[in-house]
Ligand binder design. Structure first.
Ligand SMILES: C[S@@+](CC[C@H](N)C(=O)[O-])C[C@H]1O[C@@H](n2cnc3c(N)ncnc32)[C@H](O)[C@@H]1O
Length: 208
């Protein structure tokens, strides 16, 4: 099983029906707000934003937020929320950094939630984040801790979560410093082997 952009397209209209996704985004947004200083002046990119659950939770706290994703349908749902709420400091952007070079844009903070494990080349995406960040910009990566593959089940071709020490080393090799990684949430999920709990970490690091 892979998750192609069209899989996410087909899931976009029902994505927000799962209230645990709202809770996950709220918890991660709260953790980012508690750890990243001076958010109110920052231009934020949420990469792999989906329907914008994390970015729109941060939106009232930041200068502006760009919700980027490779799925047109996810972005359509996000754009409808922006319009329905009359939000003026948020926009959507179709972007796949795994497919092309980083655009000539700069952000002060890049955040991403449950997206990195879908992208095969972790070092490549960390390098792209580094290029998109302004001087001393901050990257905030929330994703699954290393798991046994039961989260997605057989045939998933992405990462089975991340080993935190390995991710720290990759961040440092990609030009980030002051790396901090904590568990901030748990996803509860029914699997073939019964109910399971999957820790979600938040890694925060500064562009050096
Ligand atoms: C598991 S969903 C998470 C969505 C959202 N962050 C959330 O927590 O509700 C992963 C998202 O990453 C997007 N995605 C996957 N690969 C991507 C890529 N290479 N570039 C940009 N977005 C990607 C998908 O379209 C999808 O919206």
């Amino acid at each position: 099983m892979t998750h192609s952009p069209s899989d996410f397209d087909s899931r976009a209209r029902t994505w927000d029906e799962d209230t645990s996704k709202w809770e996950r985004a709220r918890r991660v947004a709260q953790s980012i707000a508690g750890r990243v200083p001076s958010l109110s002046g920052r231009r934020v990119l949420e990469y792999g934003a989906g329907t914008g659950l994390l970015g729109l939770a941060l939106q009232p706290l930041v200068a502006e937020v760009t919700l980027a994703d490779s799925s047109r349908e996810m972005l359509a749902v996000a754009q409808e929320k922006i319009a329905a709420r009359g939000i003026r400091n948020a926009r959507t952007l179709r972007l796949d950094l795994a497919e092309g070079s980083a655009p000539e844009l700069r952000f002060d903070v890049i955040c991403t939630l449950m997206t990195l494990h879908h992208i095969p080349d972790t070092d490549g995406i960390l390098g792209a984040f580094h290029r998109l960040l302004s001087k001393a910009g901050i990257v905030c990566i929330a994703d699954l801790d290393r798991e046994d593959g039961s989260f997605h089940g057989p045939g998933f071709s992405g990462h089975n979560g991340f080993d935190r020490a390995d991710l720290r080393a990759r961040l440092e090799r990609s030009g980030f410093r002051n790396v901090n990684i904590d568990i901030v949430h748990e996803v509860k999920k029914e699997t073939a082997a019964g109910p399971r709990v999957y820790p979600v970490f938040l890694a925060i690091a500064e562009k050096s």
